[in-house]
Design a protein around this ligand. Structure first.
Ligand SMILES: [Zn+2]
Length: 478
């Protein structure tokens, strides 16, 4: 039995791990988009990208795909898998399936825009004849077919794939439906347990359940996004939001712009605002959620509220909703989006993307960044090179949509809405494992220097067998 690392190896995105069981039964865990590297020089001689293929392994040999959660750096390559001939099923929790449907359709929509730019608008595109440069740009038809392959799996239900393979999903609290996965596989009569952390969430996070305990395994593949730092904010999300609203909209009437991802982060924000309004701590100020996906995502959160924490479920019982407070407006179209610019009362605008890299948020930043009465409130991670990142590190000028802008707006930030486990939470997760019975701990999904720091911390905590796998590296599991 062996395990190969084809993504999130010494980097954050592109999660994709290939487990080869006895008799060449192959299982792929996650199939995400890689945002960090355009790897032209794959070391694997069999790599077929020059022939128009996306994956560095034979897709038709895979018998099963398991998905930890819906974020596209874990799910976003599934339609390409289908495109390249994968014929099996995809196991995921029911909320993950619905959120993945939403996110993959959006990726297909963006791909279509890119293809139109290459081939000319209005031309019918035959999915079979896409050239090799656009091999990874799947279409809606591939997404549709992908969605038909999903099989919903409940949390903590040991699912029998066959006599030699069982899969169990455990709540991680990172996103609705997100799971850590236990794979139990038998080889030569011996059972081997392999754990995949997926993305780990936090305790007491708005809406989501706390991460569940995870059982002892022989091998663990663990994310390390925040492997060398601890979240700073200790105040509650309500306190953080009500203070920023007070100082930016009430004390000095202005405009509060919050760049936020539509799926997950926006729901945490809206729920917190809803709670503030319910307890009369939110002034009569309008909130615009300017993102077409946010409404659909909110509906999925309400539909699967039984997967949310008790507080959220109780709130729903009392109010019959989680997100719809009186002053909230979901902006459905671009016309509406433009109209917000002409709303001159103090207001909150929530729009994506969270990193100010594409999406409707760009127009709001363009119009408001040079306005000293405006505050941009950064609530999540922004990758290097994005406008979001530049604002967070204190740039006084940025270029957006070809325009140079002076940063006159106030820039504020918080990590209270971060959906990722910090160092303390990661150690808590790993400490459920006894070193010894756990033969190897593989660190993935982190920046290389962060992983090195995390490894040092773990070694210091008594974990002797910690490995940071490289891209394409394979390990024998015994
Ligand atoms: Zn994630």
């Amino acid at each position: 039995m062996n395990l190969s690392f084809w993504g999130a190896a010494r980097q954050v995105t592109g999660s994709m791990f290939l487990l080869t069981l006895d008799e060449d039964y192959k299982v792929l865990i996650d199939c995400g988009l890689d945002f960090e590297k355009e790897r032209q020089d794959y070391e694997n001689p069999d790599f077929k990208k020059e022939n128009g293929f996306v994956f560095p392994f034979e897709v038709t040999e895979i018998r099963l795909v398991i998905l930890t959660h819906a974020h596209v750096d874990h799910s976003g390559n599934i339609p390409n898998l289908i495109k390249e001939g994968y014929e099996g099923q995809i196991l995921a929790t029911q909320p993950t399936i619905e959120l993945a449907g939403l996110l993959l359709s959006d990726s297909a929509r963006i791909n279509k825009i890119k293809l139109n730019a290459i081939h000319g608008k209005g031309k019918k595109i035959n999915p079979k004849t896409l050239n090799k440069l656009t091999a990874d740009l799947y279409l809606d038809s591939h997404v549709k077919e992908s969605m038909e392959r999903f099989v919903p799996i409940g949390f903590e239900k040991r699912f029998k794939v066959n006599e030699n393979l069982y899969v169990t999903f455990y709540t991680t609290g990172h996103l609705l439906g997100a799971a850590s996965i236990l794979v139990e596989a038998r080889e030569n009569g011996k059972w081997i347990k392999i754990g995949f952390s997926g993305d780990l969430g936090r305790f007491k996070y708005p809406l989501l359940k706390d991460p569940q305990p995870f059982p002892q395994v022989d091998y663990l593949v663990c994310e390390s996004t925040y492997g060398n730092r601890t979240h700073e904010t200790t105040d509650s999300p309500e306190k953080v939001l009500s203070e920023i609203v007070q100082s930016t909209l009430v004390d000095i009437p202005g405009r509060l712009i919050i760049p936020s991802f539509s799926v997950g982060r926006t729901q945490s924000l809206l729920y917190t605002l809803n709670k503030l309004e319910f307890s009369h701590k939110f002034p009569r100020i309008r909130v615009f959620t300017d993102s077409p996906m946010a409404l659909k995502s909110s509906q999925i959160y309400e539909k699967y509220r039984s997967h949310l924490n008790k507080e959220a479920q109780d709130f729903y019982k009392e109010n019959d909703n989680l997100f719809n407070f009186e002053n909230l407006t979901y902006v459905p179209d671009l016309e509406g989006s433009k109209a917000i610019s002409n709303y001159y009362e103090p207001c909150v605008i929530i729009s994506s993307s969270g990193m100010i890299h594409g999406g409707r948020i760009e127009n709001h930043i363009l119009k408001n960044l040079e306005n000293p009465y405006c505050t941009i409130f950064m609530i999540g991670f922004s990758a290097e090179g994005t406008v979001g990142n530049k604002l967070m590190i204190g740039a006084d000028k940025v270029v957006l949509k070809g325009k140079q802008l002076e940063v006159k707006a106030r820039i504020e930030k918080t990590d209270v809405f971060s959906g990722h486990a910090d160092l303390k939470d990661l150690i808590h997760f790993v400490e459920q494992q006894k070193d010894g019975p756990m033969k190897n701990l593989f660190l993935v999904h982190g920046e290389e220097n962060v992983m090195e720091d995390f490894k040092k911390t773990l070694t210091w905590n008594g974990y002797q067998n910690v490995t940071i796998p490289g891209w394409g590296q394979t390990f024998e599991l015994v």
